[in-house]
Design a protein around this ligand. Structure first.
Ligand code: GLU
Length: 326
């Protein structure tokens, strides 16, 4: 808000970020939102199609914020780990782009799909080229790209996220196995794309790496920290390490805005106004470039697969602070 009003650049902008944090009592704001949003409990349903996810307590609810200048704010279950599921598609894409750059776009598109995240329909019409990296088909192709370049993709993925200053990160082997054993649609997607030559590796190998990515467990606080590089032009705040160029970062943010929320990205942009990504574990993480990352976890989902309380809380955040990318 301050930033937009003063419209400053360079060093003065850093001062404005600092002033914004000073004037904006993020802790009070998220506590208020947390208290009020509890009233929405019971309006959604926990995802059950992956058996290991069905056991999650629907009452869990946490919110965290980390600003690029190091402010940390948290409320509720913000320090509890949950299955990040499709949020991992952002790490997958970032790692893929860091390995092959724009070449990646020869194998996956960058348009919203307008279809379910696991749809097979569009793939047939579009000759095995997935619409974008955040639907399952697209993430499976990006996973195949990782396999083209990495000897131990499962290990390298965790190392990549650790580079984002998130050291406490692991796979949940039970969730990975549960998804692999029941992921018949994902298996169909990989086979289908392989028939078009857009999968180079063994179907089982691609599914194994993909299911491990989805099984990553993180906290709201950890998600904020690991997404901060996307709010900071590709540089990890704190370590100063550049993970992506600013142009690559802009592209990932653009794709999060247009494709990050299943078939509800328009609704999310309209109501919330931040690029981000959700997962069927009930997590949502979003960024305001130049400012912060915010994550919410509440496992009850709407019929599109997005957390009901998560969307509401983020809408309240941008409404109350006047901050968004628009
Ligand atoms: N592992 C899930 C699947 O492939 C990810 C779903 C999601 O979070 O969107 O079906």
């Amino acid at each position: 808000m301050m930033r937009a009003a003063l419209n400053l650049i360079g060093e003065e902008a850093t001062l404005v970020v600092w002033l914004t944090d000073l004037l904006m009592d993020y802790q009070a704001i998220i506590e208020e939102i947390h208290g009020e949003a509890l009233a929405l409990k019971g309006q959604g349903r926990v995802a059950t199609y992956i058996p290991a996810l069905a056991a999650v307590d629907p009452a869990r609810f946490g919110i965290a914020i980390e600003t690029i200048d190091g402010g940390i704010f948290a409320v509720g279950d913000a320090a509890e780990k949950f299955s990040i599921q499709s949020i991992s598609k952002v790490f997958n894409l970032a790692l893929g782009i860091s390995l092959v750059g724009d070449e990646l776009w020869h194998r996956v598109g960058m348009e919203p799909s307008g279809n379910a995240f696991n749809s097979l329909v569009q793939l047939e019409v579009e000759n095995g080229l997935p619409r974008n990296p955040f639907i399952n088909a697209g993430a499976l192709v990006v996973t195949d790209v990782l396999l083209d370049h990495l000897k131990r993709p499962n290990e390298e993925m965790l190392n990549f996220v650790r580079k984002l200053r998130c050291s406490e990160i692991f796979y949940n082997e039970e969730v990975a196995a549960s998804e692999k054993a029941t992921g018949f649609t994902n298996t169909a997607l990989v086979n289908f794309m392989k028939s078009y030559g857009n999968i180079h590796h063994e179907v089982d190998e691609v599914l194994d790496v993909y299911c491990h990515q989805c099984s990553i467990e993180m906290t709201c606080a950890g998600l904020c920290r690991s997404f901060l590089f996307l709010a900071n032009g590709g540089v990890v705040p704190g370590s100063g390490e550049r993970v992506l160029t600013s142009s690559q970062t802009k592209r990932i943010n653009a794709i999060m805005l247009t494709c990050g929320f299943y078939d509800e990205a328009g609704q999310f942009a309209y109501r919330v106004g931040m690029p981000g990504k959700s997962g069927v574990g009930g997590g949502i993480v979003a960024v305001i470039p130049g400012e912060l990352a915010i994550a919410v976890w509440s496992p009850e989902l709407n019929d599109r697969g997005n957390s009901v309380i998560g969307m509401h809380a983020l809408e309240q955040f941008t409404s109350r602070t006047g901050m968004s990318i628009f």
